[in-house]
Design a protein around this ligand. Structure first.
Ligand SMILES: Cc1ncc(COP(=O)(O)O)c(C=O)c1O
Length: 365
């Protein structure tokens, strides 16, 4: 089977670095909020181009904390996309705010700016674009839209490590960026992990307080926080894995280029190829097909694993049944959810495997 992820095939040198990282932490005798987290935060902030990165427990918490440090909570609305991991919307609800769902642009599957404009109302405090599949849309335009409306731009960067628009990295365009380091992400830990990025000193300080029980100084709790700390072991492993992130990203791009050039079947559609300004990191490669389930079965029979991101748009999930949405409906998200199929796109794929996937796709009748 050509797998969706290739962890067991990763280079031996990376394994040695990871084992070295584990040993360093074990021998240090310090496991929570220490030097490894500090070092990783500094490296991540530099890479993203923000003054601060704050390590947290996971990507869900990163979004919740991002909203809470901006003072967003009960009575407030946050506009986002229904075509995302449920966590994006769950985080808004956990912050106590109401999600409002705008439709997607069918060419990219990213949030449609036109639809977002229709969704912004008097209670809207932020827009949360999700850089889905590793692609960022015009970050300058998102920033301008939010500035004009007097609301915050918070980026869900769970799938877009190192993606950029005209040189601005995902996570550096808005008030706060929220990252997940879930193992399958482009930069993944060996367990759960996440981070916020921001250039605002005050927001970073608030995030550090919130992630640690709302503690300002030892045993002083001016607010109700949570326990959401990136641990030393995961931070050390992330530092080891950072050393291959650029190289792995390049390989994802090469695989995606081969797919774009080689897939040629009138039964399949591809999302628009990235423009010059958009530096795509191809967390996932998605094909669209009206007979998606039959295509998945055809690929399985030819030894190609697939997944669906995401078969059920957020507004179809029971907890979101009543949420406010674009008055013109969420038709593009519906259609995308019914036709999208993710094919293997990871750094460990061989050229022969990529060719096999292309052949299998082109042979679908
Ligand atoms: C777009 C998006 N947002 C948020 C999350 C949540 O991240 P985590 O699983 O680390 O909580 C994920 C990961 O599943 C994601 O893909």
């Amino acid at each position: 089977m050509i797998p969706m992820n290739g962890f067991t095939r990763e280079p031996e040198a990376l394994r040695r670095d990871e084992l070295g990282a584990v040993e360093r932490v074990l021998r240090s005798g310090w496991y929570i909020l220490g030097k490894e987290v500090e070092a990783f935060e500094a490296q991540w902030a530099t890479l993203i181009g923000t003054r601060h990165a704050v390590g947290v427990g996971n990507g869900l918490d990163a979004i919740e904390i991002a909203l809470r440090i901006l003072g967003i909570g009960p009575g407030d609305e946050v506009v986002t996309t229904p075509m995302t991991a449920f966590a994006s919307v769950l985080a808004i609800m956990r912050a106590g705010a109401q999600p409002v769902l705008a439709d997607i642009d069918p060419r990219t599957a990213l949030l449609s700016m036109e639809s977002v404009r229709r969704c912004i109302g008097p209670k809207t405090r932020a827009v949360l674009p999700v850089h889905l599949y590793g692609r960022v849309d015009d970050l300058k335009a998102w920033r301008a839209l939010c500035d004009d409306a007097g609301i915050h731009l918070v980026e869900d960067c769970a799938q877009s490590h190192l993606a950029a628009w005209s040189g601005t990295r995902a996570g550096a365009a808005g008030a706060v960026g929220a990252f997940s380091f879930y193992p399958t992400k482009n930069l993944g830990a060996l367990g759960d992990g996440g981070a916020l990025t921001t250039s605002d000193d005050d927001l970073a300080a608030k995030a550090r307080q919130l992630r640690n029980y709302g503690q300002s100084a030892r045993y002083h709790h001016p607010e109700l926080g949570m326990n959401s700390r990136l641990d030393e072991l995961q931070a050390a492993l992330l530092r080891a894995r950072l050393s291959v992130l650029e190289q792995f990203t390049q390989r994802r791009r090469a695989v995606a280029r081969s797919y774009q050039a080689g897939i040629d079947n009138p039964r399949l559609r591809l999302l628009a190829a990235p423009t010059q300004e958009s530096s795509h990191v191809h967390h996932l490669f998605v094909v669209l097909c009206d007979e998606r389930d039959r295509l998945a079965e055809h690929l399985r029979a030819r030894g190609v694993e697939t997944l669906i991101h995401y078969p059920i748009p957020v507004h179809r999930q029971p907890p979101c049944a009543g949420v406010r949405r674009d008055p013109r409906g969420l038709e593009n998200a519906e259609r995308h959810g019914a036709t999208c199929l993710s094919i293997p796109c990871h750094p460990q794929l061989t050229d022969a495997e990529v060719a096999d996937v292309i052949r299998a796709l082109n042979e679908f009748r």
